[in-house]
Design a protein around this ligand. Sequence first.
Ligand SMILES: C[S@@+](CC[C@H](N)C(=O)[O-])C[C@H]1O[C@@H](n2cnc3c(N)ncnc32)[C@H](O)[C@@H]1O
Length: 293
Amino acid sequence: MHRDPTQLYADLLKGCLTRALFEDNDHIVGWNAPLTTRHRIARVVSKALWTQRLQLVRRRPYESDARAGGRDWPERAETMIGLRRLDNLERCIRTVVDERVPGDLLEAGVWRGGAVIFMRAMLEVLGDEDRIVWAADSFKGLPKPDESKYPVDRGDRHHQREELAVDLHTVKRNLRRYGLLDERVRFLPGWFSDTLESAPIERLAIARLDCDMYSSTIEALDALYPRVSDGGFVIVDDYFAVAGCQEAVLDYRRRNAIEDQICDIDGMGVYWRKVIRSVRNTGRGSAQSRVNR
Ligand SMILES: C[S@@+](CC[C@H](N)C(=O)[O-])C[C@H]1O[C@@H](n2cnc3c(N)ncnc32)[C@H](O)[C@@H]1O
């Protein structure tokens, strides 16, 4: 049986980037942010061990459903978004390349860079020679909630999660390990409020938002949505996972009278396609239905 090498590579990458291929579900003791006393003790012990180049690891059974749905938090993987959201990203990339939807690809909230690695790889294997992959992140975790400006974020504790702070050097190293660090991956380091509006991006075919908070999501939409091409995709990773993220999306869509259908990916993430204007006006089948097949 002949297997399409492009698909084989895409599937192999997804398996590696999520560690699904290795069925790796180890818990590295002391890795999580020290939110409780137990965590704090574990952190001290693990730091002491680390000086001897030792690591304390709890072996946990691998749960394929959780990894497919991006519901666990793999400790060694380059992405936490799971296989189904990577499948969705693959379908979106194939669609914009096949249909020549103009614009670059961007992820706002890259963590260890797994989805960015996947975007760059897909452009390469699909023979796209022009598009840039933009990676926007503070590279130091999430901002403290600005409660006066964004009351929805009151009490948000994402900024305390040290494990969400991955520096630029590490992300570049991850890209290089996969052989995909080149001039077509560009970085926008800093808070979205400082970087996105002025970013030298003309048009986007895919804007993938994965930034958890109301503030980060609305700032990304404000700065990027006007640059998304007709026929392009907006993907929101945390829509069903974080109430503030969903509220930001709904607020933005209401304010801008966006009616393009929101599609569930895996019970966590969603996407919508910016409907091509000529299709919108004719009242014929929507562009959305084409990608849902
Ligand atoms: C859940 S992680 C992203 C996961 C990643 N997309 C993946 O493939 O695993 C969220 C990321 O968003 C970034 N982030 C959130 N809000 C931000 C903001 N306002 N400005 C810059 N970076 C932000 C954090 O630094 C973190 O790397």
